[in-house]
Design a protein around this ligand. Structure first.
Ligand SMILES: Cc1cc2nc3c(=O)[nH]c(=O)nc-3n(C[C@H](O)[C@H](O)[C@H](O)COP(=O)(O)OP(=O)(O)OC[C@H]3O[C@@H](n4cnc5c(N)ncnc54)[C@H](O)[C@@H]3O)c2cc1C
Length: 392
């Protein structure tokens, strides 16, 4: 049955209630109230919903989360201050220049959605975008809710619907090819595990995985302490099944889950007149697979840009990705290139250098924390690289 619900009509439709969608909505509520009142957020699931994720958010996004969603204590995260990098029998521990936060994604995303509702925005959970077509002056969107199908006619649609979201597909923004495969599972903390404020990255010494293994702390109120273990493979087809590779390394327990990520791909469209993507709909970091911080930061920027385009009534933006990704676009683009280097045929050589070099580790961790190297710092780095033994 097709029902036109006029009272659900909106000027702006945000599809997806993960970090990208909720932060976009919260930034609108905080800074652009008028537009927030004309916005509808739809989420296919109902929070708290499961989300396969390591759950570590780099420090660079935490200020945005606190500013828009309230104190981080309410999100019951666990501070992460150190990173252990392992390669063969080599182990190095580094202190993060700015602490990250480990969160339970179910609880974190649900808390963001509660904050959105508290701001009085219109939200429909268990409501999925199932159709989208252009009409004069905007879009005709079809939503499947618990009580049937609805039609809404927004001026602008924001696709915050994750890796393989419907908005990219319906708006014809291209599928892209850059993917990562992952497997992950939780296990009780072992006596050999590092302290709870430490995340571990292990660079493999064989060619089974073009990527890395991780072990992250998990915040848990009550019950035995657990860590999240996973494997990230840069590319579509790992040579061995990842779930089996991961299970072999861990004590017995539930079978790992597998997942696929969209990675940022330079040149792949993420906007067209009247429609723009944020978060993993654009793509996660190609080197690490990190996506929460990027989604949060882009969400806040998207809200500011949306306000501007509604004020100017000019929806033919060609600058969406430049504005929404901001300076991060250069980091993402260079990481797309570095990933080919790090996980390609030279992986073993690169892993050896990265795990042994305090300089490379320092550069990587600063980038993870959001530090942008100044031209002077880049020049100093280059000098160290070309002078004998500078890298390691
Ligand atoms: C195994 C794994 C581990 C990861 N670990 C980390 C990590 O430790 N740190 C990190 O920073 N990143 C990590 N990531 C990446 C991170 O999870 C994502 O980049 C992040 O969730 C992106 O947020 P988002 O809001 O863009 O998308 P999502 O969190 O995927 O949210 C999209 C939302 O849109 C909804 N939706 C989808 N289709 C529709 C539709 N048609 N209509 C309505 N709603 C729809 C979905 O239900 C979902 O709630 C990991 C990813 C994976 C797969």
């Amino acid at each position: 049955m097709w029902v036109t619900l006029r009272f659900m009509d909106c000027d702006l439709l945000i599809v997806g209630g993960g970090p990208a969608g909720t932060i976009t909505a919260l930034a609108l509520a905080k800074n652009h109230r008028d537009l927030a009142d004309r916005t509808l957020v739809v989420e296919a699931a109902t929070h708290p919903r499961p989300k396969p994720c390591g759950g570590v958010i780099s420090g660079r996004a935490l200020a945005v989360v606190t500013r828009l969603a309230g104190p981080l204590q309410a999100l019951s995260g666990l501070p992460v201050r150190r990173v252990e990098v392992r390669h063969g029998d080599q182990t190095r521990v580094h202190t993060l220049p700015r602490a990250a936060l480990a969160v339970d994604r179910r609880a974190f995303d649900a808390a963001l959605m509660v904050a959105v509702r508290r701001q009085g925005l219109r939200v429909r959970e268990s409501t999925r975008l199932v159709g989208l077509e252009r009409r004069p002056g905007g879009w005709r969107a079809i939503l499947q809710g618990p009580r049937g199908r609805y039609e809404v006619t927004p001026r602008v649609v924001v696709g915050a619907d994750g890796a393989f979201g419907a908005v990219r597909r319906f708006a014809g923004l291209g599928r892209g090819f850059s993917r990562a495969r992952l497997a992950l599972t939780d296990r009780p903390v072992q006596p050999t595990d590092p302290p709870a404020d430490t995340m571990v990255f292990e660079l493999p010494t064989d060619s089974g995985v073009a990527g890395y293994y991780w072990s992250f702390p998990v915040p848990r109120a009550g019950g035995p302490a657990v860590r999240n273990h996973g494997v990230f493979h840069h590319g579509r087809r790992p040579p061995h099944p990842l779930r089996e590779l991961l299970a072999e390394r861990l004590p017995p327990g539930p079978s790992p889950r597998s997942a696929v990520q969209r990675l940022y791909q330079p040149g792949l469209a993420c906007a067209a007149p009247g429609v723009g993507l944020v978060g993993e709909a654009v793509g996660a970091d190609p080197l690490s697979g990190e996506g929460i911080a990027g989604a949060v930061i882009a969400g806040e920027r998207a809200a500011a840009l949306l306000q501007e385009v509604f004020e100017r009534r000019d929806f033919h933006w060609s600058h969406w990705s430049r504005r929404v990704l901001g300076p991060e676009v250069r980091v993402l683009a260079s990481n797309a290139f570095l990933a080919l280097l790090a996980y390609g045929p030279w992986q073993q050589w690169v892993s050896g250098r990265v795990s042994a070099s305090p300089l490379l580790a320092d550069v990587a961790l600063r980038r993870f924390c959001g530090h942008r190297h100044s031209p002077a710092e880049r020049w100093a780095l280059l000098r160290r690289v070309v002078t004998a033994g500078g890298l390691w």
